[in-house]
Ligand binder design. Structure first.
Ligand code: PLP
Length: 447
């Protein structure tokens, strides 16, 4: 398979020492390189986006028709029927806990919009001193500076710290550190006490983690403790559902399965399903009312917000998901998929845990010598898994975040919701072959 290196392109690549295969087309859940190599996609395009697979004619047709009529006008001057309809349908049928939505183009933008909304809410209620945000340390909220400030991972924040806001970060309540969730609540209490309860603007988190800690969700006791503290101290809770929104974990939004209702929610990837950039920031009626009864302005936006083409695509995605019962499919099929993955790879010495939430799955790798410690950093097992998977014609996404101390190497699988049972079986099979190879290679390297 051919691949393009940094010295063969005018593109500024992400990693200058990596050669990038060039994808020419996609069909269903398969990608094809320009030289005809087939890759089975177990990660919805690699970034958990293409949840309906590739080449969906109904969505392509809806986008084509809308482009003929009108693809773009500026949200600053106009609204349009597509934006109105998508907003109504999402808040009626998908996330009825939320009353209002602002459409943007990407997940980082949605989180930045949420930050603005949180700030505006407190200012309009006469509490401008509420500036601090607390987040989970092991998370990913985006690449823009506001979103990166929320992402409490030193490995990602460096060397941009001078541009970032210092928020508080609590440790994840994983099996390894805090199975009960109490240590996380204690740290939250410490951060609240540190600046005073009325300095906290919001708690911001992924209700079910994606790339940073795939398919991890804190225990119920943590959510109950968070809800009680919100009530007592008056901050907001914001869920980043850029990955988990739109069915990924088996409910429309992952937070709907938790014993707490957020005040602000962001969504992204699955909203446009890879057919057009589309993301959104939602809020409850109470958050909206604070601004409606205050400054009556939420004057912030981007060029493509609420454009007819992005919203028409979002409506077609929603239609398709509802018509084909895809959220129900993910909810019903997800647990068995996790079990099949566990049966296929759980026996290898390098695999410690297989987690699953719908079609979001995580495989934690450990040192095979004791079956528990994180793998030595320099082995970069995550990159090895992705490379070997590719050799087996499989796309998965692994992360390597030992530097943060909370997790080691992990692999994320996030198949498209339209994957058939045969395709899911093939993904599990190719992943098991990948892990068998990686297990052998790592043992050799460690010997
Ligand atoms: N939030 C989460 C949970 C994400 O996983 C991502 C991207 O992977 C983002 C936010 C940022 O989204 P985007 O890359 O579209 O800006």
């Amino acid at each position: 398979m051919s691949a393009i290196t940094a010295d063969q392109t005018n593109v500024f690549p992400r990693l200058l020492d990596l050669a990038y295969p060039s994808i020419e087309r996609g069909e269903g859940v398969r990608l094809y390189t320009t030289d005809g190599f087939e890759v089975l996609d177990a990660c919805s395009g690699g970034a958990m986006v293409a949840c309906l697979g590739y080449g969906n004619e109904e969505i392509v047709e809806a986008a084509r028709r809308q482009s003929e009529q009108i693809s773009y006008m500026y949200f600053h001057h106009f609204t349009n029927e597509l934006q109105e309809r998508l907003a109504r349908r999402l808040t009626d049928e998908v996330i009825p806990e939320m009353a209002r939505v602002r459409f943007v183009s990407g997940g980082s933008e949605a989180n930045e919009m949420a930050l603005r909304l949180i700030r505006q809410y407190h200012v309009d209620r006469g509490e401008p001193q509420r500036t601090r945000i607390v987040t989970q340390a092991q998370a990913y909220h985006g690449a823009l500076f506001g979103a990166l400030s929320l992402t409490g991972r030193q490995s990602l924040q460096s060397p941009y710290e001078p541009y970032l806001t210092a928020h508080g970060h609590i440790p994840p309540s994983t099996r390894r550190f805090d199975p009960s969730g109490q240590a996380a609540l204690d740290e939250l209490d410490r951060l609240i006490a540190e600046g005073g309860a009325d300095s906290i603007a919001a708690f911001f988190c992924e209700p079910v983690s994606a790339a940073a800690l795939p398919a991890y969700c804190p225990p119920a006791a943590f959510w109950e403790g968070l809800a009680e503290r919100r009530e007592r101290h008056g901050f907001l809770v914001c869920f980043d559902e850029v990955v988990t929104g739109m069915g990924r974990t088996g409910s429309w939004f992952a937070g709907q399965a938790l014993p707490i209702e957020p005040d602000v929610v962001t969504g992204g990837k699955g909203l446009g399903a890879g057919y057009f950039p589309l993301a959104a920031t939602f809020c409850t009626q109470a958050v909206y009312d604070a601004i409606a009864g205050g400054s009556r302005e939420f004057e912030h936006g981007h060029t493509w917000d609420g454009a007819p083409l992005s919203c028409a695509t979002g409506l077609a995605v929603l239609d398709f998901m509802q018509a084909h019962g895809l959220v129900e499919r993910v909810r019903e099929r997800g647990p068995a998929l996790r079990d099949e993955l566990e049966a296929a790879v759980g026996g290898f010495d390098i695999v410690r845990e297989v987690r699953g939430a719908g079609f979001l799955l995580g495989v934690e790798l450990v040192d095979p010598r004791d079956g528990e410690s994180l793998l030595p950093d320099e082995l970069d097992a995550a990159a090895l898994v992705d490379d070997v998977a590719f050799e087996h014609g499989l796309l998965v996404t692994s992360t390597h975040s030992n530097a943060d101390g909370y997790t080691g190497d992990q692999t994320l699988l996030a198949p498209a919701f339209v994957s058939t049972d045969e395709e899911l079986g093939e993904m599990v099979e190719r992943f098991a072959a990948t892990i068998a190879d990686v297990d052998a290679r790592l043992k050799e390297a460690l010997a």
